[in-house]
Write a protein that binds this ligand. Structure first.
Ligand SMILES: [Zn+2]
Length: 74
């Protein structure tokens, strides 16, 4: 069975040592950019960092802000 849309695709965030934020999709076990993940999850026309949520309900945008505050990454 093949679906082209994955409305509830889940994954976990991966921050590479180059500072690039990516997502490892759990249903496909593959690494992709946040934007790619959104398209993969069937989310179009919205800001990826506002669309993707963490387990605790934080958006990536909020998470990134906290992360940067905490670790001072630039
Ligand atoms: Zn997937």
């Amino acid at each position: 069975m093949q679906d082209s849309v994955y409305p509830n695709c889940s994954g976990y965030l991966l921050l590479s040592n180059t500072g690039l934020l990516g997502i490892v999709c759990l249903c496909h076990s593959c690494h992709m950019s946040v934007l790619k993940f959104c398209e993969h999850a069937g989310l179009y026309g919205i800001n990826p960092v506002d669309a993707v949520q963490m387990e605790n309900g934080e958006t990536i945008a909020q998470w990134t802000n906290l992360y940067l505050l905490k670790f001072g990454v630039r």
